[in-house]
Each structure stands twice: as structure tokens, then as C-alpha cells.
Design a protein around this ligand. Structure first.
Ligand SMILES: Cc1cc2nc3c(=O)[nH]c(=O)nc-3n(C[C@H](O)[C@H](O)[C@H](O)COP(=O)(O)O)c2cc1C
Length: 401
């Protein structure tokens, strides 16, 4: 194991650093850290936990600056801030593990992204033959011997020779613009949208059982894509997983609609009551901005794009609730399946009413003028409008969708 840093490395790196060329009249000012962070956040990546072990202590940290380097020999590199204890451990022991996290391991990513002494408490690990802790259930696990260290800014780049590597099936956790998300194959996404249309168009009616093979045959796609579509439809609340029947189309009726919109109203009234008059100007500006984005998707009693409206509407109301600064309130709001309910009702036709925009504009204006009574009234109006519109749509379909 070689952990020594070749003396030439610093100089070599500096030689390449002066190639700062301004083109097309761009400013020659150096980019500040905040701007760079924001710009580079556009590079979507996977998420890993880099681990090591030194002096009977396990070390681990969340990292996305990880990449493959060469295939022959198999090598990879990781970039770690010198201030992080894991960096020191790797320097000492000359070995590290990389656990590539799967989609369901967002909590693990958070756990290892905050400095703490007991990071491994409650985390399942497997030990490599050399004793490095690897995260249990990760999508892939790779162990490396350090062959070179390169200093870059505040970080050290550890070039590692791969000594073991295993992978399993499943979707990865991803990181983009400062948030975790999921990866999907473009073809699978298209299959999901086609399957969703089958439910919204009632080709599969309420309580219909959808078999994976049957859906795959109908859409002429493979089983994996059909299963992926059903999993996403279950997350949307459009189907539920029954232990004996399989995937069943969730019935949607007036009761489901009323209860969901009333629950949202209760949460929003709570938030409005807590914050009206105390909202900072930049937060009000953000609320207004989200409203404007939403309103661009509903023009002259028509959705110009229902899915975009749905996303923007959710983001607007989520922000309103978030103003209360109460994580429980926000997570309760997120669990309401509001998107599913709106999809089942409003999503079945592009015709809608501009009054939805009018009442939500009234809500923004009331928040801006710190008029609590007007804000509460607008929230109630919006709720009644949504419930009435769902009734109208359901009346056309015999009461259930
Ligand atoms: C998604 C994500 C990716 C990260 N990538 C890196 C990285 O590549 N290199 C790094 O030094 N820190 C990275 N960090 C920050 C470290 O995880 C964080 O500083 C951590 O607290 C360091 O470990 P410590 O708690 O032992 O100091 C990342 C954080 C997140 C959330």
C-alpha cells in the first residue's frame, strides 16, 4: 500500500491552473464558491458512502465526487475534503470502500453527510476481507487500495486500485441541484405514462386487477417496464398493492376527494394562522413566483399542460404550508396523495376553470398584505371549488372513476 504523496503532484497541478480563458466577452472575474456550487449542481450524480477503518474505528461519509478512472487496471478515484475525518483515516490506512447507495437509502446518505461520532449506530454493515465497513443493501460495493494521492484545492483525490467489486439489481439514489431524487430509464417513464392513461381513461376501471404480464402484453413492453409502471402508479395512489390480488386500481369517489381536499384545507388554515403577518419579504416573493409559474399552465379555462400544472400547484401549496416552518405539518401535507386525487379528477380532461387561478391569486395577495381573514377565505374558496369540480367530473362517470 502506497500512501505517500509524490512531491511533484502540487507543481503539476499548478501548471494547469492558469489556463483561465475568457471567451465570447465573458467576464474574467473568478467565479465565487456559491455561484460555482449552484452551477455544478446541474451535474446529476449517484450517491455513495465512502468508508474506511483506522485504529479500531470505522469512518464514513457521503460523497458524490466519485468516478471510475481506468478499466485496465480497474481503478477509481474519490475526492474528499481534507477536514473530514474519513480523509485522515484513508491517508493512514491506504484503503477505502465505496458503497453506491440505492434509491431507498436516502436516510443513509443523510446520516453520513453530517459530522457525528456515532455515524454507524443503527446502520447495517458488512465487513470486507480487510475489515473495511461496507453499507448493507447498497447497490454496489467496491473496495480500493490507494495508489496515489493528489491535492486539489481543499480536497485530496485518492486514486485507488480496485481490489473487490460487487453489484446487485435495483434503482440508484441520485443527487441533482442539492436534492436527492430517483433515476429512471426514459423508456420506462413512457410506459408509466401510457399505463396511467389506461387508468385515467378507465380502460382499467375502479377495483380492476392489473397483472404485470397482462399490462406488459397490452403495451407490448417487457415485464420490467410494466412492473416499474405499476410501482410508480402505486406511489401515485392510483393503484394499491393487494397481498392476494396484486395491483388493484384504487376506487376514486366523492368521499376520497372531499376528505383529501378538506385535510389540505385544515393544514393550510393552520399554516396561515401561524404565519400571517410574520412572513419575510423574500418568502412572499417566492410564494408569488410559484403562483406565477402555476398560473402559466392554466389559461382561459384550459390546462396548457396538466402534469406541469399539477407539479407547480403542489410546489405552491407545499411552500405555503412550509412557511409555518413545522416539519411535521409539511410531511403530513406531502402524505395527502393530493397529486393522485387531482390526477384522478381534474387530470381526466384538459377543460377546467380559471377561477382556480383567481382564488389562489387572492390567497397570495392576502398573504402579501398580511390579511389573515382574506387568506383563510381564499383557502376555503379554493377547497370548495376543488370539491365541486370533482363532483362535476364524477357525475359524468357515474360517481366513481
Ligand atoms: C450528496 C452529497 C455528496 C457529497 N459529496 C462529497 C464529496 O464528494 N466529497 C466531500 O469531501 N464531501 C462530500 N459531501 C459532504 C460530506 O458528506 C460531509 O461534509 C460530511 O459531513 C463529511 O463527513 P464528517 O461528518 O465525518 O466530517 C457530500 C455531501 C452530500 C450530501
Amino acid at each position: 500500500v502506497s500512501t505517500s504523496l509524490p512531491e511533484t503532484t502540487h507543481e503539476e497541478l499548478h501548471v494547469h491552473q492558469h489556463s483561465h480563458v475568457a471567451t465570447d466577452g465573458a467576464s474574467d472575474d473568478p467565479i465565487d464558491a456559491a455561484t460555482f456550487r449552484q452551477v455544478i449542481g446541474n451535474l446529476a450524480s449517484g450517491v455513495t458512502v465512502i468508508t474506511s477503518r483506522f485504529a479500531d474505528t470505522d469512518y464514513g461519509m457521503t460523497a458524490s465526487s466519485v468516478t471510475s478512472l481506468s478499466m485496465e487496471p480497474p481503478m477509481m478515484l474519490v475526492c474528499i475534503n481534507n477536514a473530514v475525518p474519513t480523509s485522515r483515516a484513508i491517508k493512514e490506512i491506504g484503503r477505502y470502500g465505496v458503497s453506491i447507495l440505492r434509491q431507498a437509502q436516502e436516510d443513509v446518505a443523510y446520516n453520513f453527510a453530517v459530522p457525528r461520532d456515532d455515524k454507524f449506530r443503527g446502520i447495517g454493515i458488512r465487513r470486507s476481507s480487510t475489515g473495511i465497513p461496507m453499507i448493507d443493501g447498497a447497490l454496489a460495493q467496491i473496495e480500493c487500495d490507494v495508489v496515489e494521492e493528489v491535492i486539489g484545492g481543499t480536497h485530496t483525490i485518492f486514486l485507488g486500485q480496485v481490489v473487490s467489486a460487487t453489484a446487485s439489481e435495483g434503482p440508484p439514489l441520485t443527487y441533482f441541484r442539492g436534492g436527492f431524487g430517483r433515476f429512471e430509464f426514459a423508456t420506462n417513464d413512457a410506459v408509466y405514462h401510457r399505463a396511467r392513461t389506461l387508468i385515467l381513461d378507465r380502460v382499467y376501471g375502479a377495483s380492476a386487477v392489473i397483472g404485470v404480464d397482462e399490462l406488459a402484453d397490452r403495451l407490448d413492453v417487457d415485464r420490467t417496464a410494466a412492473f416499474y409502471a405499476l410501482t410508480r402508479l402505486a406511489a401515485d395512489g392510483l393503484v394499491r398493492r393487494d397481498p392476494t390480488l396484486g395491483h388493484v386500481v384504487s376506487p376514486f369517489d366523492v368521499r376520497v376527494s372531499d376528505e383529501t381536499f378538506d385535510a389540505r384545507l385544515a393544514i393550510e388554515l393552520g399554516a396561515i394562522g401561524m404565519v400571517t403577518g410574520h412572513v419575510a419579504a423574500d418568502a412572499l416573493a417566492e410564494l408569488r413566483c410559484r403562483f406565477e409559474v402555476m398560473s402559466s399552465y392554466l389559461v382561459a379555462d384550459q390546462f396548457t399542460s396538466f402534469t406541469d400544472y399539477l407539479d407547480a400547484n403542489f410546489r405552491f401549496h407545499e411552500y405555503l404550508v412550509g412557511l409555518a416552518g413545522n416539519a411535521l405539518l409539511t410531511s403530513t401535507f406531502r402524505r395527502l396523495s393530493i397529486k393522485s386525487v387531482m390526477t384522478r379528477s381534474f387530470g381526466s380532461t384538459s377543460a377546467t376553470s380559471s377561477r382556480f387561478i383567481d382564488v389562489q391569486r387572492a390567497l397570495v395577495e392576502a398573504m402579501e398584505t398580511a390579511d389573515r381573514a382574506a387568506a383563510e377565505l381564499a383557502a376555503r374558496d379554493y377547497c370548495e371549488l376543488a370539491k365541486a369540480r370533482t363532483r362535476q367530473i364524477l357525475a359524468l362517470t357515474g360517481g366513481t372513476l
